[in-house]
Design a protein. Sequence first.
Length: 91
Amino acid sequence: MPWKAVLLVYAVASLVSFFTYWIDKRRSERGAWRVSESTLHWIELVGGWPGALLAMKLFRHKTRKFSFLVVTWAIIALHGAGWWWFGLRAG
């Protein structure tokens, strides 16, 4: 997959992630039905982790639950390892 397409996937997934976190935060404040943690993690996994980190910081959402943060940071590490691996193979 060309690099521009990969970056486009990251950008779109990050926007989806950001707005999904925003929706979940609003729902949590209202006591409404929430977005599942597995949904949030799947969006992070497909490339939405930058948007997730920004939303977590701006909305102060999902920043205290240790088990959630462990999975989020594992996903970020997995992406970092992938970038490193493919960078080595391309270079």
